[in-house]
Design a protein around this ligand. Structure first.
Ligand code: FE2
Length: 304
């Protein structure tokens, strides 16, 4: 299928963003608000100088680099060291280490200075999600070349490109049957781990979206891609339940804010899983998942 274009809007008001995009569950690229937001200053130099000695979690993908199998270990590393390694990477295969959805809770200086853009300022109040679905806003940093096709559970996201550029390919939730979602048993952590509440495709994307095996995944050609190259200073709104695949064009810093979607924006028909599982997952996380054994292959090992 030929890629669809994504609208671009400049400095939207909250009303424009909500009525034309958020409430319709429609992706959009937003320009012109980066000057107002401190997070757009968090380039590699700033992060290394200001927070270089902070210990963070990094994904260690081993010799092969990232794959759709999510076969990685989480290790501790100083931020400056991790950034230096990330800047040496020029393709997915040599991405041994990446900073992937690093919650800014680990870097309180950044968390405290982060600002939600004006066009989202009142979304928590306006969407008024019932308490048993509600989860806290989450801000995460990504310095990673590759992220396979996935969607988030009842959460909208804005991807804020601080430096460099990144290719995003999105698919409407209605194309889910063509994207070969993993089954329940293939992705158990997605259902129970608050930090990893993403649902992935079975299709391997490591070699790029152009190299999907159409004999093995014949329905993929029916899916309609929405494609964009996000550049420094720009923001991409990814509606709840929209599938997305990302591939960096160069080493880059991306800051993403996730927040609860109102139930009407949950992107049916696939939202039925979320309706059942989100409160259950939230409960499990608060009561059970904090036990170490549920954590993703986290090893207590520093990389120096
Ligand atoms: Fe995502």
């Amino acid at each position: 299928m030929e890629p669809m274009t994504i609208d671009r809007i400049h400095r939207p008001t909250e009303e424009e963003f909500r009525t034309k995009y958020l409430n319709l569950g429609k992706p959009v690229l937003i320009t012109g608000v980066n000057e107002d937001l401190p997070q757009f200053k968090w380039n590699f130099d700033f992060l290394s100088k200001e927070l270089g000695t902070s210990k963070i979690n990094v994904y260690d993908w081993g010799e092969t680099g990232p794959t759709i199998q999510d076969d990685f270990l989480i290790k501790k590393m100083e931020l400056a060291k991790a950034l230096a390694l990330c800047c040496e990477v020029d393709k997915t295969e040599n991405q041994r280490f990446s900073i992937c959805q690093l919650a800014l809770d680990f870097l309180p200086e950044l968390y405290d200075s982060y600002m939600t853009p004006e066009f989202l300022k009142n979304s928590d109040k306006l969407d008024n999600l019932s308490w048993f679905f509600k989860e806290r806003r989450r801000i995460a940093m990504f310095i990673s070349f590759f992220r396979g096709m996935h969607w988030h559970n009842g959460r909208h996201a804005i991807a804020q490109q601080v430096t460099g550029s990144k290719r995003f390919v999105l698919y409407d939730p209605k194309d889910t049957p063509y994207l070969y979602p993993k089954t329940f048993l293939e992705s158990p952590l997605s259902w129970f781990d608050e930090r990893e509440s993403v649902f992935c495709s079975q299709m391997p994307f490591e070699d790029g979206i152009e190299n999907i095996d159409h004999d093995k995944f014949p329905m993929f050609k029916k899916a309609v891609p929405y494609e964009i190259e996000l550049k420094a200073g720009e923001i991409l709104f990814i509606p709840s339940h929209w599938w997305h695949y990302t591939h960096a064009c160069e080493p880059c810093v991306l800051i993403t804010e996730f927040w609860d979607a109102s139930l009407k924006d949950w992107g049916f028909p696939i939202a039925y899983r979320s309706l059942f599982m989100k409160p259950y997952r939230k409960f499990l996380y608060s009561k059970v998942v904090k036990l170490k054994k549920f954590n993703r292959k986290e090893v207590n090992q520093d990389v120096s």
